[in-house]
Structure formats: C-alpha cells, structure tokens
Design a protein around this ligand. Structure first.
Ligand code: CA2
Length: 140
C-alpha cells in the first residue's frame, strides 16, 4: 500500500527516490510474490481516507500489510488506528532514509505498529519487505 505522491516515482527527484516508476515497483513485487507463493495487491492513493478504507478491507482479505504511507507516516493517527485494528503483520517501507532527512520525517506514527521498518534501501526495500512478510506468514 502506497501513500501520497508515490505515483510520481521516477518522474521527479531521482536523487532521492530513484528512476523506477511505481508501476515498475509493482511489477517487481508481483514477480517476487509469485516466487514466494504470495498474492500481492499493489495500491497507491493520495487520500488518507482511501488508505484507511483499504487497511480496513485487509482485515477481511489480507494476511499482512506492507505499507509506504509517504508523508502520512509523519502525520496520520487515522492510519495508525486502522493498522491497530488489523490483526496480521505490518511492515513499513520508506524508499529514502527518513532519519537522514528533515527532522519532521524522523518520527512515524506507523512505526509503533509495524513489526519492522525498512528505510533508505531504495525501491529494493519493497522486495526485502515481501521476503520478510513471507517469513512472518510462514509461507515458502
Ligand atoms: O522515503 C519514502 O518512501 C517516503 O515515504 C516518501 C514520501 C515522504 O514524504 C516520506 O517522508 C518518505 C514522499 C513520497 C513522494 O514521492 C515522490 C516521488 C517522486 C517525486 C516526488 C515525490
């Protein structure tokens, strides 16, 4: 699950976020998921409430959540509350190393719910999170 502005991946600020598009990341996740015997739904929204709706849907339909909440990481109690109502494992991904950036990016509300956090591994972080998710779910 991807939060605001991540649809712009590959189009701006490649020095921070790399050259890959979000569609490229989604395809790489789908390919790895198939190797790991996982089914992945890959989503992006610029809207906090839409992300909350998807997290609530995952209570019925998802075993685990890998989320890059984007800027909502630093602001959203609503996303934290929704994740707290989800029973499965949650992994948080940031493409950039948020701890090397502005102070307002150093705190994430989501981190207090996440089993693990990956930051600064570029888009490879999504693939590392999927591998960890397969382990946490006990598949493969
Ligand atoms: O490093 C990350 O993955 C972030 O979650 C990305 C968010 C940022 O607010 C977080 O602090 C860290 C921003 C995503 C914006 O993505 C863009 C990609 C290309 C061009 C412009 C924005």
């Amino acid at each position: 699950m991807n939060g605001p502005n991540l649809n712009l991946l590959g189009q701006r600020q490649p020095e921070i976020y790399g050259h890959e598009s979000l569609a490229d990341v989604g395809e790489a996740c789908a390919a790895l998921a198939s190797d790991l015997h996982l089914t992945v739904r890959f989503h992006q929204s610029n809207h906090e409430g839409v992300l909350v709706d998807w997290i609530q849907e995952a209570r019925e339909q998802g075993a685990g959540i890998v989320i890059n909440p984007g800027a909502f990481s630093h602001t959203s109690v609503a996303i934290l509350d929704a994740l707290n109502a989800f029973d499965g494992p949650v992994l948080e991904v940031h493409i950039s190393n948020i701890h090397k950036r502005e102070a307002f990016r150093h705190h994430s509300f989501v981190s207090q719910r996440a089993e693990g956090v990956i930051a600064g591994f570029g888009t490879e972080g999504y693939l590392l999170a999927l591998r960890r998710m397969a382990n946490l779910l006990g598949v493969k």
